[in-house]
Structure formats: structure tokens, C-alpha cells
Write a protein that binds this ligand. Structure first.
Ligand SMILES: [Fe+2]
Length: 198
């Protein structure tokens, strides 16, 4: 059976949400399950491999975040099964179905890991926000509420990651990024300049 069929598979259940809506909701939830599981392992990867002067605080922070994601993996998987669906929870399923890119293997320093994680938390947060609307439209306010709960914490974690990077980005902007002509300014710094200019 293909992954597509597995993702929308439904077992008989007495829950009152129509099967047509549930089959669409469990597909969304299985996509989230894969991304959450993938992100958790990537945060652990950062927890183990980070180096530099900020080692200890980042090592601890990454572990705290990974622990939250582990809880969300369970919550999303169990929402799939509560709706009569089939939870696609193996590492291979997560790797095949995740919306996130693979974690870079050539980074070392603390801020490189923070940047790599922020670059993954941002699309994950976007996915969660879209899922709030989609599951709400499909008439499942409980799943929308689950997404809202997770989304709020993920936005907070994205802030924690971004906060490590923002001072350097603002300083780069104030110094013209060191070259005075704006060449080589990152997309993030350009955004920062727009915000500051506004
Ligand atoms: Fe550890």
C-alpha cells in the first residue's frame, strides 16, 4: 500500500465527525507528524553537535525544545488514531513525508546551529498556522485547537532562536554589513533594514 493511502486510511470508529472530513484531517495530521518527528531529531542533532563559547546554554536549550517536540509527536499521532486514522510514525515515514530540508552536516558553531534551526522552525510554524485554518474549515475544532496550542509554543521557540541572531543582524545593518554598499547583505538583514527604515 502506498504512503498516500496509508496516510488517509480510516478504521471504523464511533466518533461523530464525518469520514470524508476525517480522511482529509488525518492526511494533514500525518504530514505534521512527519515534520514534527523530523524537527525533533534535527534539534537533537544540534544538541549533540553544537560547539563554541555558547555550548552549554545552547546544548540545554536545544534539549528543552526537543523534549517539547517529542510530546507533540505523541499528541499529533494520537489525534490521528482518535479520528480513526493510521499514524505514520516510523523514522523512515518521517524522512519520506517531512516538509523540512535535511539538517546541514557542515556546521559547528552555536549561531550556525541556531540559524539552521530558525530556518526550519519558520516553515514548521507556517505549516501549523495553515493547519489551524484547514482543520477549522473541515469542522474539527479540537484538532484546530491542538494546532493552536502547538503553534503558540513554536512561535515562542522561533523567537528564542531569532533573538540570538537579531542583535548581530541589526549591528550588520548599522555598519552597512562591513562593506558600505550593501552587497552581500543577507535576505534577513534586508528585511531588518526595511523594518528599521519603516
Ligand atoms: Fe542529551
Amino acid at each position: 500500500m502506498s504512503d498516500n493511502n496509508l496516510s488517509s486510511r480510516l478504521y471504523p470508529t464511533r466518533i461523530d465527525i464525518p469520514a470524508e472530513a476525517r480522511s482529509q484531517i488525518v492526511v494533514i495530521l500525518n504530514k505534521t507528524l512527519a515534520a514534527t518527528s523530523d524537527l525533533k531529531t534535527q534539534v537533537k542533532q544540534a544538541h549533540w553537535n553544537v560547539k563554541g563559547t555558547d555550548f552549554y546554554q545552547l546544548h540545554e536549550l536545544f534539549d528543552e525544545i526537543a523534549g517539547e517536540l517529542e510530546e507533540y509527536v505523541d499528541m499529533f499521532a494520537e489525534r490521528v488514531t482518535a479520528l480513526g486514522g493510521y499514524a505514520m510514525g516510523t523514522a523512515r515515514m518521517a524522512a519520506a513525508n517531512s516538509i523540512l530540508p535535511e539538517y546541514p552536516t557542515d556546521i559547528l558553531a552555536g549561531m550556525e546551529h541556531v540559524t539552521a534551526l530558525a530556518d526550519r522552525f519558520a516553515p514548521y510554524a507556517k505549516h501549523l498556522r495553515e493547519a489551524i485554518d484547514k482543520t477549522d474549515e473541515l469542522g474539527d475544532l479540537d484538532t484546530a485547537d491542538l494546532y493552536t496550542e502547538v503553534s503558540r509554543t513554536i512561535d515562542k521557540r522561533l523567537w528564542f532562536l531569532d533573538a540570538h541572531l537579531q542583535a548581530a543582524e541589526v549591528t550588520n545593518t548599522e555598519n552597512g554589513n562591513g562593506n558600505g554598499n550593501g552587497n552581500g547583505v543577507s535576505a534577513t538583514t534586508k528585511t531588518q533594514q526595511t523594518v528599521l527604515a519603516g
